[in-house]
Write a protein that binds this ligand. Structure first.
Ligand SMILES: [Zn+2]
Length: 266
C-alpha cells in the first residue's frame, strides 16, 4: 500500500519567493561586538600584567575564543553560500517535474513520480561549491580578530614572525627571522607605530612625521624600498603596538623577577 502523503512534492510556483527568502541570520554586528569585548579584555589583561600578574594562560584562552568565534562565523557564512547553491539547484530541478495535482498525487505517493528534496540537495551541496571567494581574509571579529588570534605566539615571543594569513600583505619588517621592535628612524622602541599601507613598512609616528614633513611626500626610508609616501599612506599598526607592549611587560617582569631573586638571596 502506498503512502497517503508523498515524501516530497515539486516546488509550487507560489512558494518560490518564500524559498528565496531563506537565509541564515546576519550575525556580523554580534561578532563585531564580541571582538570589541575581547579587545577590552585584552586591555585589562595587559594592565594586570603591568602589575606583575602572569597572564599567559588567560591570553591563550582569549586567543582560543577568538579562533572559535571566527570558526562559527565562517560556518554561518558557508551555510549561507551552501543554501544559495542548494536553492538554485532545487528550483531548477523542481521546474522539470510534473506539477502536483489531484491527478498526479497518487503517482507521487507511490514513488512513480519523484521530485528532488531540498533537504537532500542542501546536505549534498558541497562545501567547496558553497565557499564564497575571499571569505577567509578577514576575521568576523573585525580588525581585532587577527590580533587576538596571534596572542599566544606574540606572548611567547613578541618578536616572532607571524605566518602570513593574507598572501598580498607582507606584514612587517623581517630581520634575521624576527621582527625589529625598534623604529629605523628614531632607533628607539616604537611608541606609536604607523604602517605604510602601500609598502607595509613600519615607522614611529614622530620619526616618519619629521622625515616626511608637513604636506610633503618622500621616498620610503626603508632601505631598498622605492615607494613614495605621504603621511596619508600611514595608519596605526596595532600588531606592532601590541608587540612592543608585550615586550615591555616581559622586560619589566624579568627585571622584577631578578630583583626579587636578589632580595631572596640577601
Ligand atoms: Zn617602504
Amino acid at each position: 500500500m502506498s503512502k497517503p502523503i508523498p515524501d516530497d512534492l515539486p516546488l509550487h510556483p507560489a512558494a518560490v519567493g518564500q524559498l528565496h527568502m531563506l537565509k541564515p541570520s546576519d550575525e556580523t554586528p554580534l561578532f563585531r561586538a564580541i571582538g570589541q569585548e575581547m579587545s577590552a579584555s585584552l586591555e585589562q589583561l595587559l594592565t594586570l600584567a603591568d602589575s606583575g600578574y602572569d597572564i599567559s594562560a588567560a591570553l591563550k584562552d582569549l586567543a582560543q575564543c577568538a579562533t572559535e568565534v571566527d570558526t562559527s562565523a565562517s560556518e554561518i557564512q558557508q551555510l549561507g553560500a551552501q543554501l544559495d547553491v542548494a536553492r538554485d539547484t532545487y528550483t531548477r530541478e523542481s521546474k522539470d517535474c510534473t506539477p502536483a495535482s489531484v491527478d498526479t498525487w497518487n503517482s507521487y505517493c507511490s514513488g512513480e513520480l519523484s521530485t528532488p528534496s531540498l533537504a537532500t540537495i542542501m546536505a549534498s551541496a558541497s562545501a567547496s561549491e558553497g565557499q564564497p571567494s575571499g571569505s577567509r581574509k578577514s576575521s568576523a571579529l573585525g580588525p581585532e580578530g587577527k590580533l587576538l588570534r596571534m596572542l599566544p605566539l606574540l606572548w611567547a615571543d613578541p618578536r616572532a614572525v607571524i605566518p602570513d594569513e593574507d598572501a598580498d600583505s607582507d606584514d612587517v619588517v623581517i630581520d634575521g627571522g624576527h621582527i625589529e621592535l625598534t623604529c629605523p628612524i628614531t632607533c628607539k622602541m616604537y611608541v606609536k607605530p604607523m604602517i605604510s599601507k602601500s609598502c607595509q613598512h613600519v615607522f614611529d609616528y614622530d620619526g616618519i612625521r619629521e622625515y616626511i614633513g608637513d604636506n610633503g611626500s618622500r621616498s620610503c626610508p626603508q632601505a631598498g624600498c622605492s615607494k613614495t609616501l605621504t603621511m596619508r599612506d600611514f595608519a596605526p599598526d596595532p600588531v606592532m603596538a601590541l608587540r612592543c607592549r608585550l615586550a615591555t611587560i616581559q622586560e619589566h617582569q624579568a627585571s622584577a623577577g631578578t630583583a626579587s631573586q636578589q632580595l631572596d638571596v640577601l
